[in-house]
Ligand binder design. Structure first.
Ligand code: SF4
Length: 369
């Protein structure tokens, strides 16, 4: 057993050295790394950190942003969602144009450079509703980057208005969309999607809409939601789809692993999902992503999902970005996450300094400010 263990450690060391030397990891390699459950995880994290240093240098970035979720009414019932409400349900809301404009003005006064907006799929929304939201945000916060919607909302808007998804994206861009959120990806394996979000678009549709956006010059983020009922094979399949899209389009700005927040979700309450990822899995998701996604420069930690201490460890395991200050957040909070409202740059500074790196503000597209 001891000899076997040493042999495996040697093989892992060789693999990590090859990756740092420019070898492109195979899906089999990724599976092996994800399955690691002994002290070798620190070797993987150290190699990912070395790769981060070579690609990005000794900085930690963040963006000053605000979330404005316009409505939580949603026709879908995704099993991991603690945010959506049905019509008449307590806690449901739909912000008026005036409220949206006022929130945007407040964000502008706070000096945010980005407003994010993703909402529920309101039964009355169509393509015009989404472009209206973008226009209203622009009125309230001129010059601020609008990071809005996701492939699910684009598909919904197209269906409701009887137009194509490309047409929706063109309308959104004309209204002032700066970039599209790469959420609604969850796990890009239809078998899992049927369990966790049966009402959502398929893997192929998600990929198609993302490619359409990139083709129109609309950058997007890329995400994964892990730690519920997917397998490690599913995670690797997901990463492999993202890497292939990026090879083709180069339109992903960053990769954001989103650790499943289970507390208030139907999936967990019904016993279909487990109670989220473990610390080992969170660490490996960041490290393996850095090593596997050799064509996406920026790997973000989501402090909203994992908490700050785990986020700091992620920054030592391949990640380079702390995400946003988030003056308002309701989606993770709905699912039961704590401390989701605001992270002051001074607290981010404390974390960056603690790991010997400089904190730098960036805009949505990673230009340093
Ligand atoms: S995840 Fe989005 S689409 Fe699914 S129920 Fe929640 S708000 Fe609706």
């Amino acid at each position: 057993m001891v000899a076997e263990g040493r042999k495996n450690e040697r093989a892992l060391r060789t693999l990590l050295r090859d990756i740092l030397g420019g070898y492109r990891m195979s899906d089999e390699d990724a599976l092996q790394l994800f399955r690691t459950n002994d002290r070798s995880i620190w070797q993987i994290a150290a190699s990912a950190d070395e790769k981060r240093e070579r690609v990005i240098g000794p900085i930690v970035t963040y963006v000053r942003n605000q979330n404005i979720n316009v409505t939580n009414y949603c026709i879908n019932s995704c099993g991991f969602c603690g945010f959506s409400k049905k019509h008449g349900e307590e806690g449901g809301y739909l912000s008026s144009r005036d409220e949206i404009r006022k929130k945007a003005m407040l964000a502008h006064q706070r000096g945010v450079t980005e407003i994010c907006t993703v909402s529920g799929l309101h039964p009355d929304f169509d393509a015009g509703s989404y472009t209206d939201i973008i226009t209203t945000l622009k009125e309230g916060a001129p010059g601020v980057h609008i990071h809005a919607s996701n492939p699910m909302e684009v598909a919904y808007a197209a269906r409701k208005s009887g137009i194509t998804t490309t047409e929706v994206l063109k309308l959104m861009k004309a209204a002032g969309l700066g970039s599209l959120c790469g959420t609604a990806a969850e796990i890009l394996v239809d078998r899992v999607r049927k369990v966790i979000c049966p009402g959502k678009i398929s893997t192929d549709e998600w990929v198609r809409i993302i490619k359409e956006a990139h083709g129109l010059g609309i950058p997007t983020t890329a995400t994964i939601m892990y730690g519920h009922c997917e397998t490690v094979e599913d995670r690797v399949r997901h990463l492999s789809i993202l890497r292939a899209v990026q090879d083709e389009t180069g339109g992903f700005t960053e990769f954001v692993p989103l650790s499943f927040v289970h507390m208030n979700t139907p999936l967990f309450r019904k016993g279909i999902a487990r109670a989220g990822a473990t610390g080992r899995e969170d660490l490996l998701m960041t490290a393996v992503s850095r090593l596997y996604l050799d064509n996406i420069d920026h790997i973000q930690v989501s402090w909203v999902k994992t908490g700050l201490k785990m986020a700091e460890l992620g920054l030592m395991a391949g990640a380079d970005d702390l995400g946003g200050t988030m003056f308002e957040e309701s989606i993770s909070k709905g699912a039961g996450a704590l401390n989701t409202d605001y992270l002051d740059p001074s607290e981010m500074e404390r974390i960056a300094t603690d790991i010997g790196r400089d904190l730098r503000e960036r805009d949505t597209l990673y230009h340093l400010i």
